[in-house]
Design a protein around this ligand. Structure first.
Ligand SMILES: NC(=O)CC[C@H](N)C(=O)O
Length: 194
């Protein structure tokens, strides 16, 4: 690509720094997003892992929720990881009664799906379009319970989708930012049109 794409990382809560590092290493102009003006600068956005109910509440408080919904609806490439996957989902199971999302991704996501016994685990998963498996780190992770017709499954674990794509939207249940392997982020940057 001729100029580096501007890629924001939602930064009101969650593991922001690791995403910024991976995106920067891949040549993106990566920066934290806490305000609507910062969101306006974004060619693409990452919604990191964290706590999805807290992230949604803070987005509402800081007047980012509606602008986020608008940008996602208007086609901004957006990548949600773990809690970020929950935020992108149109439907949640196991959420709190009043839990809001940004939405846009036609999936039903189950929060904390892998159960208490396996709070966190790691697995090497085949990932559509990548020659070698991805080392996936799951931390109190969701899985995708149901997908709409336009949703492509990129990876699965325990018989459920854990990475999906629908047009300009992409989401993983796991944390591709923690082991320094930039391949999944590179797939996302490919959605920015380069
Ligand atoms: N690592 C994570 O992002 C965990 C997500 C968290 N369990 C939630 O429901 O928001």
């Amino acid at each position: 690509m001729t100029t580096a794409p501007s890629v924001g990382v939602f930064a009101l809560q969650g593991d922001v720094r690791e995403h910024l590092q991976v995106l920067t290493a891949l040549g993106a102009d990566a920066f934290p997003v806490r305000r609507p003006a910062e969101l306006e600068r974004c060619d693409g956005l990452v919604l990191p892992g964290g706590e999805s109910t807290t992230m949604a509440k803070l987005a509402r408080t800081f007047e980012l929720l509606e602008p986020l919904r608008e940008r996602v609806r208007d086609g901004m490439p957006t990548f949600g990881t773990c809690a970020g996957m929950i935020l992108l989902a149109d439907r949640i199971e196991g959420g709190t009664a009043d839990q809001e999302t940004i939405g846009g991704l036609d999936v039903t996501v189950r929060r904390n799906a892998f159960g208490r016994q396996v709070d966190s685990f790691e697995a090497d998963l085949p990932f559509a379009g990548l020659a070698e498996p991805v080392h996936a780190v799951f931390i109190r992770a969701p899985w995708v319970e149901r997908t709409g017709p336009g949703v492509e499954v990129l990876a699965e674990a325990a018989g459920h989708p854990v990475a999906v794509r629908q047009g300009h939207l992409m989401a993983t249940s796991f944390h591709p930012e923690v082991d320094g392997d930039g391949r999944v982020h590179r797939v996302f940057l490919g959605l920015l049109g380069g």
